[in-house]
Design a protein around this ligand. Sequence first.
Ligand code: CUA
Length: 319
Amino acid sequence: MDPAAHQSALHPAGPIADTLLGLTGWLTWGAVLIFLGVMALLAWAMRRRAAREPNEARDRSHARWLLFGGGVLFPVVVLSALFVYSIRNAPPWREIPPSDALVIGVTGHMWWWDVRYRDPASGREFSTANEIRIPTGRPIYLGLSSGDVIHSFWVPALGGKMDMLPGRMQHLLLQAATPGVYRGQCAEFCGEQHARMALHVVAMPPDEFDRWLAAQALPAPPPATAELVRGRDAFVANRCGACHTVRGVTEESRLGPDLTHLGGRLHLGAGQLPMSVQALTEWIGSVQRIKPGARMPSSEHRLDPQTLNSIALWLAHRP
Ligand code: CUA
């Protein structure tokens, strides 16, 4: 795990995670206080009972009071207060996005994340994967779904947790107050590589984000050197495009992550390796050793090291 990316609900990095931490604090400390109070009452009652003569009528009245006061009245008061508090303070669940929100679609797959944006300038939609870039200081409205089994979206430092269900769209609000990298993790067991289904949210200043979004919406530029041409041709010839899209080079296929601007991402394989040409070469060659069961076959037995390397070089050079 990347030590620079933090993943903790106890260190919130935005207003929504702040609210959730406040709610957690009330629930936890409230429960501790009530537990200690009940234990103190119990100790007090046991001592008194030992010191007093038995009296059936009095004990019955105490038992009635205990049942009504402790069993009905107290829980009703406490739970009603908590209900009102959480309704007033919990982060809003919205059926439609708030007017100032940025809408991003995220689809869970075994075991990676498809992230879909719409470029406001061109109106063009495009995908990226395993990394969500967002502007700071603005609510992010996520539309969450799944392409196969149930996954769950959770970036603890920025907001709550939401299941991703096949055939259904769920919503979740996130917000980051400061720029940074926040790690998330699939939070619903989804098969063999559930534990290796990480994602990173990169929060950027709004103007930087706008530039990033405009650049991401563009197709891949033509390769500028002979080495890069070799890489692109090998990618096409070996039918990598059957699963992966590189916009401007292959037809759209959404079986695997969109690789158009792969080089600009921080990680490979849903948070498995830090991005570099060497890591990418290793990944393409022996993905089944790094992430056994992943839907991509290892290519080391059918491609020679030089071909692997030139594909990696071509994929990784584009931010
Ligand atoms: Cu996806 Cu666990």
